[in-house]
Design a protein around this ligand. Structure first.
Ligand code: ZN
Length: 372
């Protein structure tokens, strides 16, 4: 579980920083203050180098934020919802709720980021040239930021998922073949090849004595590799769940039970005897909450006789309800926010069934087993 903190909200988008970011921030500042600036401006005092290094670091991360914010705002202007932006490790991620639905949207959202980095680089380039002989620290900062934003723009256009260039590649293949799964696979494989090359390059750097640089390259390669694999799996799941409805996933053979029942009784009388796995808890005839097999499993064996189902149920107020027509991805999104393990399927004010996380996993498992 990663830790991240919300630092502020802009245009209604939460800006968060991941714990790893603090480490990178210190590392970047230290590198700038100890090596980069002293090598160019040897007459600066160590404290002055540190101060300029700190400002450069903050501007670097603001540049990354601007890049992600551009993705987000373009996504939003195309009707996509953006929840948050998290700055972590050596970059950032904009959390766009759904994958873009057309190749054109995917393309425009993807190129917007590198384009903004390129514009920021051009801006700092202008400042760098314009301030020559006027202010040494501003020239130093502008030069560094022009360079780093230029690298950000170019690096992100490398055509392998999860980099922006990989999304561009996906959009192009998607447009040509009309097959989003195939396009994702191409972008993912390309990302894995690039990651592999980066790791090989990192190892060669280490062998030539550039230990820190090599380690960085390997780290970036490893990160790209895992994200490329994860991204593809993610799309496969989305594709599989696109056409399935709540009514196909739900367990309609749920049992109505009383909240005062103990977990032990529930296991013996309902789960083992009746093979039921989803339960509606009623208090004086009204729906009070629901319990899934997963909730029962979470109670340790020695506590089952002393725990009532009322204590482990997801109460009615905390429930997210769906209709029988809600699609699998929307249900998964509701289940993924972490608070609920199951959603009741309601039609005409009545509970028709329950969908648990396990039902979705079963469905995906079944689908891959029969090769669908
Ligand atoms: Zn980007």
């Amino acid at each position: 579980m990663r830790t991240s903190w919300r630092i502020f909200t802009i245009f209604g988008i939460d800006i968060r920083i991941d714990s790893s970011w603090l480490f990178i921030f210190v590392l970047v500042t230290w590198g700038l203050a100890q090596h980069y600036f002293p090598s160019q401006y040897p007459h600066w005092s160590p404290l002055y180098s540190l101060l300029i290094g700190l400002i450069a670091s903050l501007l670097l991360f603001s540049s990354v934020l601007a890049h992600e914010l551009t993705h987000s705002l373009v996504a939003r202007s195309r009707g996509e919802k953006v929840r948050s932006i998290t700055l972590f490790f050596f970059g950032g991620v904009a959390e766009i709720t759904e994958e873009p639905k057309t190749p054109a949207k995917e393309f425009i959202i993807a190129v917007a980021g590198p384009l903004s980095s390129f514009l920021i680089a051009a801006l700092f380039f202008g400042v760098w040239r314009g301030m020559q002989g006027v202010s040494e620290p501003i020239v130093a900062l502008a030069r560094y930021l022009a360079l780093i934003n230029g690298i950000l723009a170019v690096f992100n256009m490398i055509p392998g998922f999860p980099l922006d260039g990989g999304r561009v590649l996906k959009a192009i293949v998607w447009r040509i073949t009309g097959d989003v799964k195939r396009a994702t696979r191409v972008a993912s494989v390309s990302g894995q090849v690039i990651a592999f090359l980066l790791i090989v390059f990192g190892i060669s750097q280490i062998l030539r004595g550039y230990f820190v640089d090599g380690l960085w390259t390997i780290l970036i390669g490893w990160f790209i590799h895992s994200a490329a694999v994860r991204g593809y799996r993610h799309v496969l799941i989305r594709e599989s769940l696109k056409d399935v409805r709540a009514q196909d996933l739900m367990d309609s053979a749920f049992e109505s039970i009383d909240g005062a029942l103990t977990v032990q009784e529930l296991i013996e009388d309902y789960i083992l005897k009746k093979k039921a796995r989803s339960f509606l808890i009623t208090e004086r005839g009204a729906l009070a909450g629901i319990v899934c097999l997963e909730d029962v499993k979470a109670v340790s064996a020695d506590k089952r006789a002393a725990t009532t189902v009322r204590e482990i149920m997801t109460p009615r107020d905390a429930l997210e309800v769906v209709s029988p027509q809600t699609d699998g991805n929307k249900i998964l999104a509701k289940l993924s926010n972490g608070k609920v393990h199951q959603v009741p399927v309601i039609e005409g004010g009545k509970v028709k069934g329950l969908v648990c996380r396990a039902d979705i996993l079963d469905y995906l498992h079944l689908r891959s087993n029969v090769g669908a």
